[in-house]
Design a protein around this ligand. Sequence first.
Ligand code: ATP
Ligand code: MG
Length: 400
Amino acid sequence: MATIPSISDSLTAAGSASIVLIVPDAARRGKLDRMLNDSAFPVARGCSTYPESRYLEELITLGCDVFVVDLDANIEQALALIENICSRDNPATVMATSARSDPALLIRSMQAGAREFLAEPVLAKTLIDAVTRALTRREKTQDLAPTGKLLMFVGAKGGSGVTTLATNFSIALTKQDAGKVVIVDMDLQLGEAALGLNLTSQFSVLDALRNEGRLDNDFLSSLLVRHTSGLSVLAAPEQYTPFNSLSSGVKKVFTILRRQFAFVVVDAGMAICNAEETLLDLADTIYVVTEASVPALRNARRLLSYIAGRERSPHVEIIVNRFNGKEFAIDQNSTTKALGRPVDWKIPNDSPSVRTAENTGVPLAMKDSPISRVVDQMAVIASGKPAQSKKSKTLRGLFQ
Ligand SMILES: Nc1ncnc2c1ncn2[C@@H]1O[C@H](COP(=O)(O)OP(=O)(O)OP(=O)(O)O)[C@@H](O)[C@H]1O
Ligand SMILES: [Mg+2]
């Protein structure tokens, strides 16, 4: 079996700090190796060729702090390698090095995900400063485990009220002061969470997913907009955009957000995009939003059995929206029967409040209304605080 060409293998002896040199030129690799060793930064592996995918997996599992990738032997291969390393949920820093003083190459390496560009001749101080920055960054990242709760709103049918409820719930949760809250609009094609909050955003989830190599706390923070309530928002794109192959980027985006925020609320729309599986894997709670109509309840039941049948089934709560709308004749018992389980929350039909919120740009959750009272209760429970018993009995348990 072939192994990665190596000039040293000091990982075990070195303890935690470790560096991989992927520098085909033996003289340059040797020089970097000596400079690092002289400064007590041991080189865990030295590669004389760009590693093939199997070897790269082996390198990644070493959990090294820094990858130095030389661009000059084969620029395209080196940039693809940098992109590959950076696309993973991996706190290592990638540094590009090159003897070409070409600003366009520097930009391309940064776009691929490199955090540093070491121009030849590399001075010992430049190299050591860059490695020190990488170690500091890694320590900071490790301190922050992704502990934030992921609360996902998904609709049984289009127009069920997912966006209305997810956005107003997020504001209500922010008001609970139980930790920072962000809402992510994963309705990538036609999302309008930002619009519902009367916000415009220059950037969107798509900017995060399309720049997977650059994703880190700072980059992701720069894509967020803030509502006056304190809620952060990662908006859907303005333009209708078909977008596939999301899963790895989605996982990375939510891992970073769960490090930064106590609560990450997701407007998953109808969850028809292929990020659905990743989101279902990560979710702590799924709020299934339905209406008390036959087609919506039928869909909701199908969604519930799908979620229950998955290997990992998160906590699920059912919300029946517009429950007292005149057009819905389905009563409480029939609704429970149709769903095969009791309803957790009933949101009243309240067109006047909804219209006022739309016209004034002040979200429902910022004012008292029949809808905001229920949403507040949902937020109290989601924040981990004890429910206000009288209200929760009348509101939460209405269908039980
Ligand atoms: N409880 C309610 N009472 C009255 N109107 C409501 C209620 N909930 C939502 N609406 C209104 O219904 C419409 C659809 O709601 P919303 O956009 O939240 O649904 P959605 O599930 O996100 O839809 P989509 O599938 O298009 O993403 C909006 O105009 C909203 O203001
Ligand atoms: Mg919506």
